[in-house]
Design a protein around this ligand. Sequence first.
Ligand code: ZN
Length: 321
Amino acid sequence: MDDRPPLLLGPLTAPAGSRLTDLVPIHLGGDLAVELPVAIVHGANAGPRVAVTAGIHGAEYVSIAALREVVLGLDPALVHGSIVAVLTASPAAFAARTIYVNPMDGLNLNRQFPGKADGMPTERLARWLTDHVLAGSDVFVDMHCGDMNEALVSFTGIEDTGDAAVDDRSRDLAEAYGLRYLLIGPSPGTTTTAAAALGIPAVRAEVGGQGRWPAEDVALHAAGFRRLLRAARVIGDAPTEPHFRTETLRTEAWLRATTTGYWHPSVGVGDRIARGTVVGEVRDAFGAVLEAPVAPLDGVVIFLVTSLAMNSGDPLLALAD
Ligand SMILES: [Zn+2]
């Protein structure tokens, strides 16, 4: 063991070789505040600092359950470097069970990065996370899953920043995570874009959805994160299973409803479909077809909205190829 200095995060001080869990109050303007559940594992040995968030979208339960399981299961004596984990990054959304947005202001937290210190509550939360969690880390991981109204095929996502050293490192870490697909491309306003702008290799990982958190999905997410920690040389061992041979996809297209009504998809999540395929129908309350959208490209259905309720402008599904 060396004499590593303590790790400081906001009001928290974690000595080397320890795990610290606490609620960190974040003021979001006016009377608004949240308490972020944070876990720090400050290893006994030198190594990289890994920052990780789950629950940026509050109803993405597989990510929240998996991150908690991994971080609270690590032995600080065996950790090289440190892990700074925000276990539920949007507590108001979690409590209110909202999809996509923070109920304090109706904004999607994962479109507000790097955030704004004097902005709306969600912008302020993004800013705090950027300044205190992303900044200063050597690796960043953002754990997601399909939202309450979404099914998805497991995948990781990374940016294409043009900085080969950062991009290659992100890709190695995403491949270590070992999910079914790897999406490479821009995602403005997200955590991974903000991390990339700071020169930090970053991976978004998605497993499960639909407001469920079955053990096999939690195990897949947890195993992937542990493999990423091993690839970053933070821990020495990780499960080999379940692990997919990752296929890379680069072109992504979101299809959105142009009418409001009842959504009847005719494709399944994970299906590979051809451009021009009718992907489903939005119908009115009496069953009349309002629209029958078609696939804009050949690709895999990476996520699919599964709620019957559909609003004009909402996503129906995403394709990637
Ligand atoms: Zn999400």
